[in-house]
Design a protein around this ligand. Structure first.
Ligand SMILES: [Zn+2]
Ligand SMILES: [Zn+2]
Ligand SMILES: [Zn+2]
Length: 328
């Protein structure tokens, strides 16, 4: 038996299969494509190897005793800051230069840490580095959207790091969410995310954990097994406006969630992305509500998804949240 559930924001349909419903033991051990690699020579992200990377654009470096978080331009960027857009047509097709920024946030000096094994204070430093970079990049009016993205383990290097991409265009995911947010607002004069938060807190079945400022939950139409969202309980369109107090609360929420994943699913591979409002006045939306989405890279069925645009998830989110809540 299966259910078709519609995610209410971007309105994607998801097939939730329940018979059999899959639990943690169905996903461990992981099969390829989980094949992390290590750099061939010395790790360019380890302390002492700073000369192998471009000069840093930001670091957290208390008392100059060696950095704790370091941000550098990516040597192989998707987007570059120099030049112009050169918007042009090739026949009926549109194209332009990939203007933007692509930075790497080296999250810790230690080569083999993860969000599950870091201290919450270290996670807070990473969040503060993201925030500082967003505030700086926002000054460039060409950059419409920042996307913070982390793949664990890194595809070419296990050293804990994340990507910060500043783009001249809105990614499809954000564009779809904004469209859904505005449509809902037009009809109800309320934020759809705020309504989801109220609903989930009152229903409890999909709540993983709650802190003073954040809700961590399995969304109703989860596309992936153990998909999880982390969202501020008070309405806010922009991640970079988070206060210091909220930042420390958020780092505790992140640490608890990833410790649960680590224990329940034997250190699973995952991706996480920050969804936050576009930066510049032209696209910025007060109605939007920033959040973090986490996807575990387990149990993929890309073929069906690719062909139909529907996702199939064999772990109902109510079960996922219950498993995560029960982790000791
Ligand atoms: Zn390293
Ligand atoms: Zn809201
Ligand atoms: Zn989102």
């Amino acid at each position: 038996m299966a259910e078709l559930r519609r995610e209410p924001i971007a309105r994607r349909w998801v097939v939730i299969t329940k018979d059999p419903a899959r639990g943690p033991s169905d996903y461990v051990p992981y099969k390829p494509p989980y094949q992390p690699q290590e750099p061939k020579g010395a790790c360019p992200f380890c302390p002492g190897q700073e000369g192998m990377t471009p000069p840093e654009v930001f670091s957290i470096n208390p008392e100059r005793k060696g950095w704790l978080v370091r941000v550098i331009p990516n040597k192989f960027p998707f987007f570059r800051i120099e030049g112009g857009f050169d918007r042009r047509a090739e026949g009926m097709y549109d194209m332009m230069e990939a203007i933007g920024a692509h930075e790497i946030v080296v999250e810790a000096p230690e080569h083999d840490r993860s969000l599950a094994t870091m201290e919450p204070q270290q996670i807070e430093r990473i969040l503060l580095a993201y925030q500082a970079r967003v505030i700086d990049l926002k000054k460039d009016s060409r950059l419409q959207q920042i996307l913070i993205l982390k793949n664990y383990p890194g595809i070419f290097n296990r050293h804990p790091h994340s990507h910060l991409l500043a783009m001249p265009i809105l990614p499809r995911e954000i564009d779809d969410e904004i469209w859904g947010t505005l449509d809902y607002y037009k009809r109800k004069e309320r934020c759809i995310y705020c309504d989801i938060i109220k609903e989930e807190i009152s229903m409890k079945t999909r709540v993983v954990l709650e802190t003073l400022h954040f809700l961590v939950f399995s969304p109703f139409a989860s596309r992936y097994p153990f998909e999880t969202w982390i969202i501020p309980k008070v309405h806010s369109p922009d991640f970079h406006t988070v206060t210091k107090e909220m930042m420390s609360d958020l780092s505790a929420a992140i640490q608890s969630l990833f410790t649960c994943f680590y224990k329940l699913l034997a250190d699973p591979p995952y991706s996480l992305a920050f969804h936050t409002s576009p930066l510049q006045r032209r696209f910025h939306r007060d109605e939007y509500h920033w959040h973090i989405e986490v996807r575990l890279r387990i149990g993929l069925r890309e073929g069906f998804e690719w062909a139909t645009g529907f996702f199939v998830n064999p772990t109902p989110p109510e079960n996922a949240a219950a498993y995560l809540r029960e982790v000791e």
